[in-house]
Design a protein around this ligand. Structure first.
Ligand SMILES: [Zn+2]
Ligand SMILES: [Zn+2]
Length: 735
C-alpha cells in the first residue's frame, strides 16, 4: 500500500522534535502540588571524561524511558544529574594537554551535554551541575565539617605510594609495575596522616535495612547483591579470652560448632588492642613493617598474606589453655578489624596459616571436652576508608593547621575554601602546597599564622551527596542545600539507575544519609535510605570483550546516531539485552530497530493519510465487528504488558511487546482484507486508533518518532504530546 511516501528521515524528525522540546522547555521540573506524587529518577553521574560511551547510553536510555513513562502517567518527575568532575583522571588528562583542569572539565562537560541532547534524553538540563563548581564543593566542605563534628571523620596514619623524583604521593592508578607513571622511577611507601570516613557505626543498620529494600520489590537482584557483597557479613559466635595483663579479648569465629578446636588467635593489624601483644621490640618492628608494607594491596591468599607471630598468648579462662596470637591482614579481608579464632580443623585458610606458624599446634586446643561459653555474633568486612588525597583537582579540605591549636575546622561562614582555578598542575610536587596564597592563613581559633590543609577530598567524598543537588533549584543552591524544603518532596529518590559497578558509591551514600538523618537535616528520611528503588545494569562490551581503544573495539555513540538516528540507537540498546545481562554489542539489534521504525513510519503514515478515503459500509462494518473487538483486546493486553515491563524497568521486554503490538495491528488489516477485500471506515478508524495507542507506548523508547507519528495522525504540537499513558480501562478502540 506504500505510495512512495518518503522513508523515515531520522535526523530531520529528531532535530524538529528536539527544537520543539527546547522551545517549550519540555523537561523543566515542576514541584507538584502538596500531596501529589513526586518522583525523582536518579541516573548515574558521569565523570567528565569528554565522551559518552555506550554504557552511558544504556544507563540514560533506561532512565529516560522510565522518566517519560512516569510523566505520561501524570507524575511530577525530576530527572536530573550532575557531573562527577573532580578527580585524578581529569587532572591527568589536563596535565597531558597542559591546560588547567577546570578548563578541561568544562569543555568535556559541554560536549557530553550536547551528546545527551542529541540522543533526546529528557533531563532537566537547567539542573545539571559540576561537582567542581565552587557553589557545589562549598557543600562538600560543609558535609566534611558536619561529619567531623559528629565524630564520623577522623585523622590517622596510612601508607601511600611516594615518588622521590616528582615529590608527590601517587594514587594506585599512577603506579605502573612499582614505578611512577610520570618519571618511571621506583616508587616507595611512606606513612602520612590521612582523613578517614567512619562508616562502621552504620554497618549494622545498612544490613538491617537491606531486608526492607528487598521486601519493597523495587531493588533488583544485582543492586541488592552488591550491597551484601560490600557489607561482607559473617555470622558466627564470639568468645571472651584473656590478653596480656588480664585484659579481655573478644574473638570471633564463623565456625560456631568448632570453637573448642581452636588452636590460635588471629588479630587484625588494625585491632585496637594489637599493641598490647607487641611488647617485644622485634615483634613491634615486624608489625610496623607489615603496616607500612602496603598490605592493603598485598595478596590476600592465606599462603602469601603477611603473618606475624607476636610470641604472646591469649588465655582461655575456663580451661587455662594458652592460644598463640598471630597478626595478619587476612582478618580484615574476611571479617574486618577484629580478632578471630584460628580453627585449622574447620577452616582451610586457618589450616594454611597454622602450617606457616611454628608455635601453632604445640599447645592444647581451646577447651578440650568442655563446651566453651559462646554468644552469637556478626562481623562485617566493610570498614572506614580514607577520603583525602595529595592531589590538586579536588575539594579543598576545610582545615587549618595551627602550631598551637592543631587541626582547626574552618568556620562555616568562611566557606568555601576556594580551589584556585588557573593552576596548571604538572604532576610534580603538590601544587596547592606550593601556592603561598593558598597555604598561608591565620588560625580561626587563636589568630596566629597557620597553614591550610593541602590535601584535597577524594571524589568519592563528593559522590556521597551527588544525588542531592538536582532536587534543589539551581538559583537557591548557594543559600541552602541540605536543609532546602524541596528535598522533602523529592527524597528519597524513587529510583536509581546506575551501572553494576556503582555498589560502593551507593553503599556509602546509604551510610551518609543515615548520618545526616541522625545529625538532623535528613530527619525526614526515617529509614535513612537515599533510594527507594534501584536498578543496576551490566556493562556494554563488544566482540565479547570490554571496549577499549587498545583493542580497537570501541563503539562510538556519535557515529551510530549520525548513521541511524537517536531513536534507533536507543531502541537497539534497550532491545538487545535485559539490564541484568552484559550487552555484547552487535549490529543485529541496530538493524532490527532501524527496520522496525522505518516500517512503522511508512505503514502508519499511509493509514493516517488513507483514513478519509475508507468507505462507509455498515454491512461490512457489522461483518468485521468481532475483528475490531479482537484488535481492542490485543491493544488492551499489549498495553498491560508494556506497562508492567516499564514499571519493572525491564525495557527489553517492553520494546519487544511494542513490536508485537505492531504485528497485531498489521495482522488485523490482513484478516479484514482477506474477508472483505478492503477496510471499511469503521475498520480504518479502529486501526488508526490502535496506531495512535502504539505511538504512545513507543514514546518512552523512541520519543522523536513517536511524537512525529502523533503529529501525522493529526494531534497538535504542544505540551500535550505525546499524551497520557493509555490506561487499561480507558482502552476502547472505536468499534
Ligand atoms: Zn615520578
Ligand atoms: Zn591556633
Amino acid at each position: 500500500m506504500s505510495n512512495g511516501r518518503p522513508s523515515y528521515e531520522a535526523a530531520q524528525v529528531e532535530n524538529e522534535r528536539q527544537d520543539a522540546w527546547a522551545r517549550r522547555d519540555a523537561f523543566a521540573t515542576e514541584l507538584p502540588p502538596e500531596g501529589a506524587r513526586a518522583i525523582y529518577i536518579k541516573p548515574s553521574s558521569p565523570f567528565t571524561s569528554g565522551n559518552l560511551h555506550m554504557g552511558h547510553v544504556r544507563d540514560y536510555a533506561i532512565g529516560d524511558a522510565y522518566a517519560r513513562f512516569r510523566r505520561a502517567r501524570g507524575d511530577a518527575v525530576l530527572f536530573g544529574f550532575g557531573f562527577d568532575a573532580f578527580g585524578l583522571p581529569a587532572e591527568m588528562a589536563a596535565i597531558e594537554r597542559k591546560v588547567p583542569p577546570a578548563e578541561w572539565v568544562e569543555a568535556c562537560g559541554e560536549r557530553m551535554l550536547g551528546q545527551m541532547k542529541r540522543l533526546g534524553f529528557s533531563f532537566d538540563y537547567e539542573r545539571a551541575f559540576y561537582s567542581s563548581d565552587e557553589s557545589q564543593y562549598r557543600w562538600s566542605q560543609w558535609l566534611f565539617l558536619t561529619l567531623l563534628e559528629a565524630g564520623l571523620i577522623y585523622r590517622a596514619d596510612t601508607t601511600v605510594d611516594w615518588c622521590d623524583h616528582c615529590r608527590t604521593t601517587l594514587a594506585a592508578l599512577q603506579v605502573e609495575d612499582g614505578t611512577c607513571w610520570r618519571c618511571h622511577n621506583e616508587v616507595r611507601l611512606i606513612r602520612r596522616p590521612t582523613w578517614f570516613l567512619r562508616i562502621v557505626p552504620y554497618l549494622e543498620e545498612n544490613d538491617r535495612r537491606l531486608a526492607e529494600l528487598e521486601a519493597s520489590g523495587c531493588w533488583d537482584e544485582i543492586s541488592l547483591s552488591t550491597q551484601r557483597y560490600i557489607l561482607g557479613r559473617s555470622d558466627g559466635v564470639e568468645v571472651e579470652l584473656e590478653g596480656p595483663g588480664g585484659a579481655g579479648l573478644v574473638a570471633f569465629s564463623p565456625h560456631g560448632g568448632a570453637v573448642a578446636e581452636a588452636s590460635f588467635v588471629l588479630l587484625s593489624p588494625r585491632h585496637p588492642e594489637v599493641e598490647a601483644f607487641a611488647a617485644d621490640p622485634a615483634v613491634r618492628e615486624q608489625l610496623d613493617e607489615l603496616r607500612s608494607g602496603g598490605w592493603e594491596r598485598s595478596a590476600r591468599d592465606a599462603r602469601s598474606v603477611p603473618l606475624v607471630d607476636t610470641g604472646a598468648d591469649a588465655l582461655v579462662p575456663w580451661s587455662g589453655a594458652a592460644l598463640p596470637v598471630l597478626v595478619s591482614p587476612l582478618v580484615d579481608a574476611r571479617y574486618g578489624p577484629t580478632a578471630a579464632l584460628g580453627i585449622p580443623a574447620a577452616d582451610e585458610a586457618d589450616a594454611t596459616l597454622a602450617g606457616r606458624a611454628k608455635r601453632v599446634g604445640e599447645g592444647p586446643p581451646l577447651a578440650p571436652g568442655s563446651p566453651p561459653a559462646t554468644r552469637e555474633a556478626v562481623r562485617y568486612r566493610a570498614s572506614d576508608f580514607s577520603i583525602s588525597r595529595q592531589r590538586f583537582w579536588g575539594t579543598p579540605i576545610p582545615i587549618v593547621h595551627c602550631e598551637a591549636c592543631g587541626p582547626v575546622p574552618v568556620p562555616e561562614e568562611d566557606l568555601p575554601v576556594v580551589l584556585p582555578r588557573d593552576v596548571e598542575p604538572t604532576g610534580e610536587g603538590n601544587p596547592l602546597a606550593e601556592l603561598p596564597s593558598f597555604v598561608e592563613t591565620s588560625c580561626p581559633r587563636c589568630g596566629e599564622p597557620a597553614r591550610r590543609e593541602t590535601d584535597t577530598l577524594d571524589c568519592h567524598f563528593d559522590a556521597l551527596w551527588l544525588w542531592v543537588p538536582s532536587a534543589v533549584p539551581p538559583a537557591e543552591r548557594a543559600e541552602r542545600m541540605f536543609t532546602h524544603p524541596d528535598l522533602q518532596r523529592w527524597l528519597p529518590a524513587e529510583r536509581l539507575v546506575a551501572g553494576a559497578d556503582s555498589g560502593g558509591f551507593v553503599f556509602d551514600q546509604r551510610v551518609v544519609t543515615k548520618a545526616l538523618r541522625d545529625i538532623g537535616p535528613f530527619a525526614f528520611m526515617e529509614a535513612g535510605e537515599p533510594f527507594s528503588g534501584c536498578l543496576f545494569h551490566e556493562m556494554v562490551i563488544a566482540d565479547g570483550r570490554k571496549m577499549s581503544k587498545h583493542l580497537g573495539n570501541v563503539v562510538d555513540p556519535d557515529e551510530l546516531v549520525e548513521r541511524y538516528g537517536a531513536d534507533t540507537v536507543r531502541l537497539a540498546v534497550l532491545y538487545a539485552a535485559g539490564p541484568a545481562k552484559t550487552l555484547n554489542w552487535n549490529d543485529g539489534a541496530l538493524r532490527f530497530a532501524a527496520r522496525f521504525l522505518h516500517n512503522l513510519w511508512v505503514y502508519a503514515q499511509d493509514r493516517f493519510a488513507g483514513l478519509a478515503e475508507a468507505p462507509e459500509d455498515p454491512e461490512a462494518a457489522a461483518d468485521t465487528e468481532f475483528m475490531r473487538e479482537r484488535l481492542a483486546k490485543w491493544c488492551d493486553n499489549g498495553v498491560a504488558r508494556i506497562t508492567a515491563d516499564l514499571e519493572d524497568l525491564q525495557m527489553h521486554k517492553a520494546v519487544r511487546n511494542v513490536t508485537r503490538l505492531f504485528e497485531r495491528i498489521q495482522d488485523f488489516e490482513k484478516r479484514v482484507v482477506k474477508r472483505r477485500g478492503a477496510l471499511s471506515r469503521a475498520d480504518a478508524e479502529a486501526q488508526v486508533a490502535a496506531l495512535v495507542l502504539l505511538a504512545r507506548t513507543l514514546a518512552p523508547f523512541a520519543p522523536h518518532a513517536a511524537e512525529a507519528l502523533l503529529l501525522a495522525a493529526g494531534f497538535d504540537d504542544g505540551p500535550d504530546l505525546p499524551g497520557a499513558w493509555p490506561e487499561q480501562e480507558t482502552l476502547t478502540v472505536p468499534v
